[in-house]
Design a protein around this ligand. Structure first.
Ligand code: SF4
Length: 305
């Protein structure tokens, strides 16, 4: 498996790098020359900036397992969510510039610590850099499943190029209305791009597969949805779409952990935490729609994580 991945990454990395100049690595297609340091909407040039990495135990159970997921948080983002809980690095650019070799040592350290996967968090704008580092990492790190933990606002060409490379797709379905996506995340075409992305990932990898012995996810799709205050996430509409277009077997992860951060306090609705009752209504609808695979959070244990 790792040797096939090695071959695929070696073959496709040049194609992915080509998408950096002019940049069309994400649907914004800013067209800037990132290979020569220019920056577009995501505010990242030719080098990846890494905000943090961790042996993270707070992901979904088959991703975190017992030893944690090896999360790599990239700085910068292709969305502009004014309520982002990770705003110091997604919106303000905090982080450490790293060469491929330096990042590879992070993968190697996480693998030696026993993580169950390498989990690229907010990877969309830095895919070539993440994979270049993977090529420099050692065999142990390269044997781990790769998780692509993203906003679901992806380029179809990039998702195609990642076929056979990414093991576990972990996209969001954030909104059901473009007007809301534009207001909250500066992405006026989020809905159609997100839906196209989810269908593409589903066709590519199918239902989530969990190894019966280890309880760990090996490959497939997990769709995350965060319930927002005032029904701004369009939960009901998105869930109906998912049920109709992807089906009852998709693995859902439905979250109620929204709390106001960054500039959310300036917004009449988003300055409030999400309501437990709204979350319970969403869970009822999930049951009514007959989804077979759902992870839900305990709303009484909401925190600021
Ligand atoms: S990855 Fe960044 S620079 Fe490239 S198109 Fe997307 S937002 Fe623009």
């Amino acid at each position: 498996m790792a040797s096939t991945k090695l071959q695929l990454i070696t073959e496709r990395l040049p194609l992915l790098k080509k998408l950096l100049s002019p940049c069309r690595l994400c649907p914004r297609e800013c067209g800037v020359d990132r290979l020569h340091g220019e920056q577009g909407f995501c505010r990242v040039g030719s080098q990846i900036k890494v905000a943090s990495w961790a042996q993270h135990r707070g992901e979904e159970p088959p991703i975190s397992g017992t030893n944690g997921s090896g999360t790599i948080f990239a700085s910068g983002c292709t969305l502009g969510c004014f309520f982002c809980q990770n705003f110091p690095f997604s919106q303000l650019g905090n982080g450490q510039l790293m060469s491929a070799e330096e990042l590879a040592t992070v993968y190697n350290r996480l693998a030696r610590a026993g993580v169950h996967n390498i989990n690229f968090v907010t990877p969309t704008h830095v895919v070539p850099m993440l994979l270049e580092a993977w090529l420099c990492s050692d065999e142990r790190a390269r044997s781990l499943p790769l998780v692509y933990n993203c906003s679901g606002y992806e380029s179809a060409e990039v998702v195609d190029l990642l076929d056979g490379i990414i093991d576990i797709w972990l996209p969001d379905i954030k909104y059901a209305q473009n007007s809301v996506a534009d207001e909250l995340s500066k992405a006026a075409d989020y809905v159609e791009i997100n839906r196209r992305t989810l269908v593409q990932m589903w066709k590519q990898s199918g239902a989530l597969h969990i190894d019966a012995e280890s309880g760990l996810a090996t490959h497939g799709l997990i769709v995350r949805h965060l319930v927002l205050p005032g029904s701004l996430a369009g939960s009901a509409e998105s869930l109906r779409w998912l049920r109709q277009e992807i089906g009852a077997d998709v693995q859902l992860s439905v979250m109620c952990q929204y709390f106001p951060a960054y500039k959310a306090f300036e917004h009449q609705v988003m300055r409030n935490p999400s309501e437990i009752d709204d979350y319970l209504v969403v869970l009822d609808l999930i049951e009514e729609l007959g989804f077979n695979n759902v992870w839900a959070q305990d709303p009484t244990e909401r925190g600021g994580a």
